[in-house]
Design a protein around this ligand. Structure first.
Ligand code: KTE
Length: 585
């Protein structure tokens, strides 16, 4: 699809070069032919006035059909519909990461028969799509969400020595037909590419139509497989235990916690390392572990539609006990849902992915012939977070896995100096020449609030503008009086952005200082990755995140980054770097 872009660009290029060369040629004419030159020049001006826009329309018409704003470093299905991440696992033997997903290959909206799609990666950044891996029993059915475990000790007895212990893949998923949801097993003898259904399915059936999304893990302390799954509309996360993945004993309910919304979905339970920053804040040392219960809600999210929350507590092998009554948002954006953690990660790191969309509008976003992408993989740890001057909380911090191995750096612009921005001054970075749509940036700024009155626009703003049409842009920024970072994704000529009533265009995130220098000065940091139609923002080294899709006209990739302020002597850019990246072919 990207050769369409080159086709469009090269049409333009040839046209401009041809006009330029012919102007040069006629300028060199001797004086006596001046009147001919004048006539010809007028002809060329007329030609340019007509051809260039026509060329653009022609070129664009050649690119319609396949949407060319497909993200480069976020997993997307080649075609069809994607939601929830499923069955995430790391194959230690082949050093391959596997992502499955809720998949409708027949259309770019959710529908039955619903499959598990499959993608793999060696770098957790670039993905290869393998299409459908797990099919429902009947066309009226759906292989709904679930998880995968590596049954190294063959407790299920599905395997023999011919399957390497690191590749003894067992999927546990909900088989849904209208009116019934029960839990099924399928195992793979080829490392997760094809599956055989267990002939004893279902392994867990409580005669319910709202009983789904099993997340299973091995609990070494009790030597049991533990399953958490949703009794969705009773607001229960039910916990079961098993020795062989086939027979399950009910252990406990974790119910009516957090925001209930319409229903519970896609729960997860993971043991998360507690880390402390040491010395110069770059190193982290592990000081303990706590258990985290993840839970998705849809609809009923605080920003509308879907969202994922989490609770911090302990797990004794049967029951999850939260430390407090507090629930937490896993991400403060609109497009981070159905989070799932990987199985069998190195060092048992807690790495996970969410669906980068929202049920409120996911079926209407203007991409084709596919819809939705996954988020980047994030590495989660628990750290002390100073919520306010008198309280600290144990909070999830996340760091994006953004591996450059298979990416080209198309150019880095870096301003590492203390730049005090004066009112209305703009710091501009232009990378439009080779806009790929994949940008990574990092900005650390300092606020001196002594100069801050009730000014009319006390903000620090960043404008991320389209390379070929700068009237389409994202506006991000920080406002010290509100102690909040804002995201504005409403400036686009794409109809969906303007017309969809749920595609919230302005959001914000409460942002406390990364470092308080004194009573008047503090520093803040944002690390962002924009990938054609998804923007992930990590604040203060991952203390809080906001993930949002955005949609510009096809091919109008972000190429300009402008930083400006509406007040005098308040904001200082301590460090700014921006990288433009592309895929290695
Ligand atoms: C699906 O809209 C319904 O019909 C649910 O709210 C979506 O449910 C099915 O997607 C989820 C999971 O609970 C299901 O297993 C899966 C969450 O595609 O997105």
């Amino acid at each position: 699809m990207c050769n369409f872009v080159w086709l469009k660009t090269s049409c333009y290029f040839v046209l401009v070069i041809f006009l330029f060369l012919s102007f040069l040629f006629f300028f060199s004419f001797p004086k006596p032919l001046y009147f001919i030159k004048k006539l010809v020049m007028q002809f060329y001006q007329l030609l340019a006035a007509v051809l260039l826009p026509v060329g653009a329309v022609l070129a664009k018409s050649m690119t319609s059909g396949e949407s060319i704003n497909r993200p480069l470093a976020h997993a997307t299905p080649n075609k069809g519909w994607m939601n929830d991440p499923n069955g995430l696992f790391y194959d230690k033997h082949d050093d391959v990461w596997h992502v499955y997903y809720q998949y409708n290959p027949a259309d770019s909206v959710w529908g039955r028969p619903l499959y598990w799609g499959h993608a793999t990666s060696k770098d957790l950044t670039t993905w290869t799509d393998h299409g459908a891996a797990l099919a429902p029993e009947e066309d009226i059915g759906g292989a709904y969400s679930g998880s995968i475990v590596i049954d190294r000790n063959n407790t299920s007895n599905f395997f023999n020595e011919s399957t390497h212990p690191d590749q003894r893949v067992v999927a546990i998923y909900t088989y849904n037909v209208p009116g019934s949801e029960s839990q099924y097993l399928a195992y793979s003898l080829d490392g997760g590419y094809t599956f055989t259904k267990y002939e004893g399915n279902p392994v867990l059936d409580v005669n319910s139509s709202q009983f789904r999304d099993p997340k299973v893990f091995w609990h070494a302390e009790s030597e049991r497989w533990i399953m958490v799954l949703a009794k969705a509309q009773e607001y229960k996360i039910q916990i079961f235990g098993s020795q062989d993945l086939k027979s399950w004993d009910f252990y406990s309910n974790f119910s009516h916690h957090g925001l209930l919304g319409y229903q519970y979905e896609c729960p997860g339970l993971a043991k998360v390392p507690v880390v402390k920053k040491t010395g110069d804040d770059s190193l982290e040392e592990k000081v303990g572990e706590k258990w985290v219960m993840f839970l998705s809600i849809n609809p009923g999210g605080p920003l509308g539609g879907s969202f994922t929350q989490y609770f911090v507590g302990d797990f004794d092998g049967k029951e999850f006990i939260p430390d407090t009554a507090q629930t937490n948002l896993l991400d403060f954006g609109k497009d981070y849902y159905a989070f799932q953690a990987f199985s069998s990660t190195p060092n048992d790191d807690v790495l996970g992915i969410a669906w980068a969309s929202n049920w409120q509008y996911g079926a209407h976003v203007p991409t084709n012939p596919w819809r939705s992408s996954m988020s980047l993989v994030r590495n989660f740890t628990l750290q002390e977070f100073d919520a306010n001057p008198e309280s600290t909380q144990l909070s999830l911090y996340s760091e994006p896995i953004f591996n450059y191995t298979n990416l080209n750096n198309n150019g880095t612009l870096h301003r590492k100096s203390n730049i005090s921005l004066s009112k209305g001054e703009t710091l501009s970075f232009n990378m439009s020449g080779s806009a790929t749509g994949l940008l990574e940036f990092s900005l650390t700024w300092k606020v001196n609030s002594t100069g801050l009155g009730a000014a009319d626009s006390p903000d620090l703003s960043m404008y991320l503008r389209g390379a070929s049409d700068s009237s389409e842009y994202l506006r991000l920024g920080f406002e010290n009086n509100a102690a909040a970072f804002f995201i504005d994704r409403g400036h686009s000529s794409v109809k969906f952005v303007d017309e969809n009533p749920f595609f919230t265009d302005k959001m914000s995130v409460n942002l406390q200082p990364l470092e308080t220098l004194n009573s008047a000065e503090a520093t803040y940091k944002v690390h962002g990755i924009a990938d054609r139609n998804v923007l992930e923002l990590y604040f203060n080294d991952g203390e809080v995140t906001s993930t949002n899709t955005f949609f510009f006209t096809e091919g109008n990739f972000i190429g300009e980054f402008h930083i400006t302020t509406g007040v005098e002597n308040v904001y200082e850019i301590l460090d700014f770097e921006i990288k433009q990246l592309s895929l290695k072919q």
